[in-house]
Design a protein around this ligand. Structure first.
Ligand SMILES: Cc1cc2nc3c(=O)[nH]c(=O)nc-3n(C[C@H](O)[C@H](O)[C@H](O)COP(=O)(O)OP(=O)(O)OC[C@H]3O[C@@H](n4cnc5c(N)ncnc54)[C@H](O)[C@@H]3O)c2cc1C
Ligand SMILES: NC(=O)c1ccc[n+]([C@@H]2O[C@H](COP(=O)([O-])OP(=O)(O)OC[C@H]3O[C@@H](n4cnc5c(N)ncnc54)[C@H](O)[C@@H]3O)[C@@H](O)[C@H]2O)c1
Length: 446
């Protein structure tokens, strides 16, 4: 068998793998193996298509907020046209990604890769060797272990629905369930969200998640708290879910959104690499038990959130390790994370719970922003934010925002934390007025 050799071989052509490929391509002979769609989850069936659908419903919600204040009637979502708009973007992603890699001298190999030893990978009947191997295989949607689970769709199915089902249910109360339920409900569907406990979006403060749940309830989403689904059956009308209290719930379509286990199906044991529930185990240099095999992105077990920019950050870090431009352990900056609902809920830095547990160290200030000009102007009646500052350094330590376009404030907060900028810096800065940025000096006062 002819074996091709590369300096670095990357398994997985998503945001993590691509960051490594583009970083190493000018210096090395590099290959990427992709089993499915070039570009990975985010641009094909994750962040990007999700935000295209979200954009339309967010506009509709904004229209509704202007009702009686200058706009008559909210725009309606034309789901097939919105889906066509989304597909115009997503359909070009795989070929565009592959062409981009080829144009940068990266070899692209299509197929599912497996590890044969610390330097050898098999794809179909071919074998490839490499000095370094990067595992960047991401994660996949889980389905509950119940009879009929195969009848449940996943986020991938939702993001490619030709027509919007009149009724639907989401099992789970994490990012995926909340974001997709919000899109579906604001696009006109009757939506049920079934959560097995009483806690939505565990990474966010409960006072905020309860507020968001109330806003979503007011918009028509039906929450089934402390409820599990015990069985799914096909019916003429769609699917019949049996809920843990015995109640039947029939909807046109139901989706599993109970988490995303790592794609560790790589014959890891054959090379002595371990994986836990959260994913592949790596050290603080992102090396697996085999020092020449790194793992990055959603496939690794880590405390950092599993997000696209985090996968890219890890990819660039691994490039610096392989090229020898850095030998330091990985240090993550404060990572902003945000749920694209209407309104958006985001947070960055020290959590409210951690700050409240250390009252000598942090000041926690929560403010209702709904009366502020920025939010009153767009009739966002629920906007609020919590800002956490360090009592000793007077620097920004963390923030939580529930508001229309919270993403903007969150990005500013992340930058201020990253730069360790004192509040006094804002006095030397002139933002556009009126804008979200022009509120910063009122929110962060050191
Ligand atoms: C519905 C949804 C919405 C999301 N929204 C956001 C968002 O708004 N913001 C955000 O930051 N993140 C979001 N995410 C998360 C984001 O998509 C991931 O964090 C990101 O894609 C991780 O990148 P990755 O490179 O680690 O993995 P992936 O993007 O999953 O790429 C891994 C690639 O590896 C391939 N692969 C797997 N096994 C093999 C194998 N054996 N051989 C070869 N190839 C293999 C897969 O086919 C895949 O293409 C969302 C995710 C979902 C599902
Ligand atoms: N805006 C964003 O940045 C964004 C959007 C979507 C996804 N993501 C990424 O994708 C990841 C996965 O999202 P997700 O929503 O699938 O997972 P998640 O881990 O965020 O939430 C899973 C939810 O399912 C519930 N659950 C778990 N097991 C269950 C079971 N057996 N039965 C019923 N419910 C169960 C959990 O309590 C939780 O509410 C996120 O953690 C995030 O990293 C990010």
């Amino acid at each position: 068998m002819n074996t091709q050799h590369f300096d670095t071989l990357i398994i997985g052509g998503g945001p993590g793998g691509l960051a490594v490929a583009y970083g190493l391509a000018p210096h090395q002979h590099v290959a990427v193996v992709e089993a499915d769609l070039w570009g990975g989850t985010c641009p094909n069936r994750g962040c990007d298509p999700k935000k295209m659908l979200y954009g339309a419903v967010a506009s509709r919600v904004q229209d509704q907020q202007y009702a009686g204040h200058g706009l008559i009637g909210a725009a309606n979502v034309d789901w097939p046209a919105l889906m066509a708009f989304k597909r115009q973007y997503t359909e070009k992603v795989p070929s565009g990604t592959q062409k981009g890699l080829a144009a940068n001298g990266v070899t692209t190999i299509h197929g599912a890769a497996r590890l044969l030893d610390a330097h050898t990978v098999s794809v179909a009947r071919a074998e490839y060797t490499a000095d370094f191997i990067i595992l960047a295989t991401g994660a996949h949607a889980a389905r509950p272990a119940i009879p009929g689970a195969e009848l449940l769709g996943t986020s991938t199915d939702f993001l490619d629905l030709d027509t919007l089902p009149r009724t639907m249910a989401f099992i789970g109360g994490g990012y995926v369930a909340v974001e997709l339920a919000n899109i579906a409900a604001n696009a006109g569907a009757e939506v049920h969200l079934i959560q097995h406990n009483h806690r939505l979006l565990r990474a966010f403060p409960e006072t905020y998640t309860q507020r968001l749940a109330q806003i979503m309830t007011d918009r028509g989403i039906i929450f089934h708290w402390d409820t599990s689904v015990t069985q799914v059956k096909e019916t003429a009308a769609g699917v019949a879910l049996t809920l843990s209290d015995g109640t039947p719930l029939t909807v046109a379509q139901a989706f599993s959104a109970i988490g995303r286990p790592a794609n560790t199906n790589l014959d890891l044991a054959a090379v002595g690499i371990t994986a836990k529930k959260g994913g592949i185990v790596v050290n603080d240099h992102l090396q697996t038990a085999q020092p020449n095999i790194y793992a990055i992105g959603d496939v690794i077990d880590k405390a950092a959130p599993k997000l696209t920019p985090v996968a890219g950050f890890e990819g660039r870090y691994v490039v610096s390790q392989i090229l020898g431009t850095s030998t330091a352990a990985i240090r993550y900056p404060a990572v902003p994370h945000l749920v694209f609902a209407t309104p958006e809920l985001g947070q960055v830095g020290v959590s409210v719970a951690a700050a409240q547990a250390a009252p000598d160290q942090y000041t926690v200030t929560e403010q209702d922003l709904s009366g502020w000009y920025t939010y009153n102007r767009i009739q966002d009646r629920t906007a609020r934010a919590t800002v956490i500052t360090d009592k000793q350094t007077h620097r920004l330590a963390g923030a939580v925002v529930l508001a229309t376009d919270a993403e903007e404030l969150l990005n500013y907060f992340a930058l201020l934390i990253h730069q360790g900028a004192p509040a006094s810096d804002l006095a030397q800065w002139i933002p556009v007025y009126p804008s979200v940025a022009s509120d910063l000096s009122y929110l962060y006062q050191g």
